[in-house]
Design a protein around this ligand. Structure first.
Ligand code: 5GP
Ligand code: ZN
Length: 148
């Protein structure tokens, strides 16, 4: 196997923003990484610590990108535990959308890992656009990294 056949650098789409985040061409607040997946804070958090877990290789979605859910699964579990511990979350939602009709906006497989807190409970309050004030992303990033 040549280096170009390893899972982490296979199938990069040069026009995909999440491929650019994985490669480091675009900045992100990266909170976790393993051999097949990367996790970073969502820029428009629904709740404090809202993160995305993506496969390192480009896969459009879980339906057409064969195997991408399996590639991210261990990282999703690890990130859910990390966020619960470091942010003292009371619960976690996982959400993955495939296709326009489902609300997918970035066509590179990604799992939303959303910490939930007792003061804003329940599925009806899951999507909470525009919640993060200035500086909040940096503050939560520092809190997640503390103790690493
Ligand atoms: P979707 O609607 O496709 O399930 O979710 C896409 C998510 O990606 C949204 O929650 C959006 O805020 C996030 N997002 C879009 N562009 C960027 C970016 O450049 N950086 C980060 N960190 N998140 C992004
Ligand atoms: Zn991509």
């Amino acid at each position: 196997m040549t280096p170009f056949e390893t899972p982490e650098i296979q199938h990069i789409d040069p026009n995909c923003i999440f491929c650019k985040i994985v490669s480091g061409e675009l900045p992100s607040r990266r909170i976790y990484e393993d051999d097949r997946a990367v996790a970073f804070l969502d820029i428009a958090a629904w709740h404090r610590g809202h993160s995305l877990v993506v496969p390192k290789r480009h896969a459009t979605d879980v339906i057409t990108g064969s195997g991408s859910l399996i590639e991210i699964a261990p990282a999703v579990e690890a990130v859910a535990r990390l966020l619960k511990q470091r942010l003292a979350a009371d619960g976690i939602n996982l959400l993955l959308s495939a296709g326009n009709a489902a609300g997918q906006e970035v066509f590179h497989t990604h799992m939303h890992v959303v910490p939930r807190y007792a003061d804003e409970p329940g599925l009806r309050l899951l999507i909470n656009p525009g919640a993060a004030p200035d500086g909040e992303l940096e503050s939560v990033y520092r809190q997640i990294q503390a103790g690493a």
